[in-house]
Every structure is written in structure tokens, then in C-alpha cells.
Design a protein around this ligand. Structure first.
Ligand SMILES: Cc1ncc(C[n+]2csc(CCOP(=O)(O)OP(=O)(O)O)c2C)c(N)n1
Ligand SMILES: [Mg+2]
Length: 459
């Protein structure tokens, strides 16, 4: 099983009120991509301290303190080995935790680092231990899962067993390299060159949807280069703004007199076109397109009289190519692009521009990898990180181009950018290396053709 698939399936299964402990290397990265923690006091994780072995003790403690809440440990096999004898404690004291082991028979994260940095692995494979048998011997319920079909049943039996339970899931160790963060998280990657701090003299920049993800990265990037960046969001920022409310957008522009307005707020979400509710379609069009129109017009209402200003609209490469299951999203993003170009042609001048940025998939909570149909449709080989997209917005701001994409697409159109959903056969065959902005090859390195479900047989 693909470790990402495991994390996604566990995320789907996790009860709403579960307490989740996370332990392990790559295991933790997958968990953080897939899991959503819906309430406070629900996540136990060492964070960037990173020391392994805490998971089982954390989970047992949490269960004893909250006997009524389902408690789940999601752990790597290596990390689990540190304190696995505490299964005996759990069984003895009746702490019925469910332990899900992402078992790649390796110190996986270390193996990946070694392979990348020294081209070989030393001392990182683990032997094929049957943790399920160990668990059984220590008084626990146990399951061994070697195929995704068997996972839901095993998880449920573990939860219903009335005992501490271990679900050992055998994952394909080669797949761990497909994690989109795996190069950006390497400590050996070159540090970002800090931009020199400049005086605060560039005026106010409004960033809609500024509370998280790309919005937050944009806010801090703008702050760094001398704007007084104001994140405006429905929730989570001092400046509340519903972008579907035209009057509210105008009032904010009137109040702040921004020199830059970035229409970044957006809704994502996948779903077959005909399965979406009318309300969800309208909400997405409302935020993603109407919100951009309202924001642009609001900003222009103060920028036009001033004769200067910048508006940047965040569209998406998903609005360019054929990406199944996100037709509404794609439509809104293509509309944003067309609207921006037309608005710029209509009112743009040397000092007043409407520009548009088309990023590829970005690793933010908006990319819902728990939805198997959505699964990160992106054109490159990895998800972008919000900071690099924010940097691209700064570059757009510094130049005069009307539209830019991240990564840059070939000039003159050519074929559509490719989309490769993670988890599809093509993606599993592809090695998601960082730093390659050119399109993925049509072969897998061994001369075998890769299948791209969205290309419909185009050459
Ligand atoms: C106490 C401790 N020892 C060593 C490490 C270094 N380390 C970080 S990730 C990792 C591999 C973890 O393997 P596993 O738990 O199986 O997770 P995987 O990466 O295979 O998913 C190691 C050894 C650490 N973080 N903490
Ligand atoms: Mg491991």
C-alpha cells in the first residue's frame, strides 16, 4: 500500500472526537498532510523537537485522561520500537488505544536522506518484525494488513475489540519518496536568501484570505519588502472580510486606501461535477470569482482616483488544463485569469495594473488530500510551498507582466500543463523530485510510457 493512501484512509476513518498521537519520520509527514484536527486537545506530537518514541506513552496517557475519547496512535515502525513494551502497560491498565503502524521495515526518513545525500543506505533497513504478533503476546488485539482493501475492516475491529490494539500495515517503502514535502523539508537544502528589509513606505497591501496558507505567506513577504500588509479574511484575522460582499470590500478599500490589493481568497474542493450540490457550486463561484471581481472593483474605487496602484489576482494552473473533478474550481480560476487580463486592458496604465498569478498546486490545508478524487492535481512533480508562490507574486509586482505562472510554463501555449494526481498509477511511477519546473517526461526513466489520465491520448 502507498503510505499516502494509508494516511488518507486513516484520516477518513478517524472518529470526529478522536485524540491522535503521531510518531515517526516520513510517517509523520504523511499524517500531517492527511489529518485534520477538528478540536483542541486532539493532537499529541513532539513537533519540531522530533524525538521518536513518544507516541505510545502519549497515547496511553491521553486515553487514561480521556477514557471516553477514541485514541489513535499513528506511528512509524522504527519509532514504535522505542517503547513497544508499553503495550503491556496499556493492556494491564485497560488503556484501549488503537495503534496504526505505517510499516516500511525501515528508518524510512533516514533512508531517504542517505539515498539523496550519499547515494546509499547504511544501517537503516529494519527486519521484517511481526509487530502484530508481539502485540498479541503482550495482551493486545492485533491485525496485519497487507492490502488497502483489508484496512477499513481491520481498523474497525481494532476499535471495537475492547482492548489496546495494533494494526500493522505493510506499506511500499519506495512510495515514501513521493511525499511532496520530501525535498523542501531536507535540512541540507540551500537556505532561502533573506531579502533586505526596506523602509515601510510602500503603503497598505490588502491580502484577502490572508489568515492562512498562501495568504499568510503573501502577507509576510509583503511585510518584508516594505508594505503594511493587512490580511483580510472571514475568520482568523483582525480585519474581517467576506469577499462575496461587494459593499464590505468597498468599505475596506475606502478605509485603508491600499496601494496593493491581492485577491487571494478562494475555496477549493473536489467532486464529480454532477455530484456537487447547487449551494457548493454557488459558494465556490461566489468566493473564487465574484470575490475577485468585488475585490478588484473595490480596490479600483480608490486606486483610480489616485491614479496608481496594483491589483494581483491569484488564479491557478488548474484553470488552464483539463483536471477532472475540479471543473467548477478550474472554471472559476480561468474566469479570474480572463477577467484580470480584460480589466488590465481596460484600465491598466503605467502606474495602475491588474495582474494575475497562476500557481500550480500549493502545499496548504486547502489542498485536501483526504479526498482521493482531488488528490493534488498538479502539473509539476511536487506541490509548491506557499513561500515560493509569495516570492513569485513579489516578482510579478516588480515587473510589468500581466500574467505569470509558477512554475513558468512554456511560451506560446503548447500543450496543456499536465496534471498528475498523487495516488494514480502515473504518479506512483513518477519520482517527485524537487526543482524541476520543466514538464514531466513521458516515460518513467526505463522507457516505459507513463499514463496520464487527463491527457486523453494527446501526443
Ligand atoms: C530519539 C530519536 N532518534 C533518532 C531520530 C532520527 N530520526 C528521525 S526520523 C527517523 C526514522 C523514523 O523511522 P520510522 O519511525 O520507521 O518512520 P518512517 O520514517 O519510516 O516513516 C529517525 C531515526 C529521532 N528523531 N529521534
Ligand atoms: Mg519506518
Amino acid at each position: 500500500m502507498h503510505p499516502g493512501r494509508l494516511a488518507v484512509e486513516v484520516a477518513k476513518w478517524l472518529p470526529e472526537d478522536a485524540i491522535v498521537a503521531i510518531d515517526g519520520g516520513d510517517t509523520g509527514l504523511w499524517a500531517h498532510l492527511a489529518f485534520t484536527h477538528r478540536r483542541p486537545r486532539s493532537l499529541l506530537w513532539t513537533g519540531h523537537y522530533g524525538h521518536l518514541g513518544t507516541g505510545l506513552p502519549y497515547a496511553i496517557g491521553a486515553k487514561l485522561a480521556n477514557p471516553d475519547r477514541p485514541t489513535v496512535l499513528f506511528t512509524g515502525d522504527g519509532a514504535f520500537g522505542f517503547n513497544l513494551q508499553e503495550l503491556e502497560t496499556a493492556a494491564r491498565v485497560g488503556a484501549n488505544v488503537v495503534v496504526v503502524i505505517n510499516c516500511d521495515h525501515a528508518w524510512g526518513m533516514e533512508a531517504r536522506h542517505m539515498r539523496k545525500n550519499v547515494g546509499t543506505t547504511i544501517g537503516v533497513p529494519l527486519s521484517e518484525v511481526r509487530y502484530d504478533q508481539v502485540a498479541e503476546a503482550l495482551g493486545c488485539h492485533a491485525e496485519l494488513v497487507d492490502h488497502s482493501d483489508a484496512l477499513p475492516g481491520a481498523l474497525q475491529r481494532a476499535m471495537d475489540s475492547g482492548r489496546p490494539a495494533v494494526v500493522q500495515v505493510l506499506v511500499d517503502p519506495r512510495r515514501t519518496r513521493t511525499h511532496p514535502a520530501w525535498t523542501t523539508s531536507l535540512p541540507c537544502t540551500a537556505p532561502r536568501t533573506p531579502e533586505p528589509r526596506v523602509a515601510r513606505n510602500r503603503g497598505v497591501a490588502v491580502v484577502t484570505g490572508g489568515a492562512g496558507g498562501l495568504g499568510r505567506a503573501l502577507t509576510s513577504a509583503l511585510d518584508r519588502v516594505g508594505y503594511e500588509a493587512v490580511p483580510a479574511d472571514l475568520n482568523g484575522t483582525a480585519t474581517g472580510l467576506d469577499v462575496t460582499d461587494a459593499a464590505a470590500c468597498r468599505a475596506l478599500a475606502e478605509e485603508l486606501q491600499p496601494t496593493l490589493w491581492i485577491n487571494n481568497a478562494g475555496l477549493s474542493g473536489a467532486g464529480a461535477l454532477m455530484e456537487r450540490s447547487d449551494a457548493s457550486v454557488e459558494a465556490m463561484i461566489g468566493v473564487n470569482f465574484l470575490g475577485v471581481v468585488h475585490g478588484t472593483r473595490a480596490a479600483l474605487s480608490t486606486m483610480l482616483p489616485a491614479g496608481r496602484g496594483r491589483i494581483i489576482n491569484i488564479a491557478s494552473l488548474a484553470g488552464w488544463g483539463p483536471v477532472p473533478n475540479i471543473a467548477i474550481y478550474s472554471g472559476t480560476k480561468n474566469a479570474v485569469r480572463a477577467f484580470s487580463i480584460a480589466a488590465d486592458a481596460e484600465i491598466g496604465s503605467r502606474h495602475l495594473r491588474v495582474q494575475c498569478l497562476l500557481p500550480d498546486g500549493i502545499a496548504t490545508p486547502m489542498v485536501d488530500i483526504t479526498d482521493a478524487r482531488h488528490l493534488m492535481s498538479f502539473t509539476g512533480k511536487r506541490l509548491l510551498d506557499p513561500e515560493e508562490v509569495a516570492d513569485a507574486a513579489l516578482a510579478l509586482l516588480a515587473g510589468r507582466r500581466a500574467v505569470a505562472s509558477v512554475p513558468p510554463q512554456p511560451r506560446g501555449g503548447g500543450t496543456h500543463p499536465r496534471s498528475v494526481p498523487i495516488g494514480c498509477p502515473a504518479a506512483e511511477g513518477a519520482d517527485r523530485a524537487q526543482g524541476q519546473s520543466k514538464p514531466a517526461p513521458d516515460h518513467d526513466g526505463r522507457g516505459l510510457p507513463l499514463r496520464h489520465p487527463d491527457r486523453r491520448g494527446r501526443p
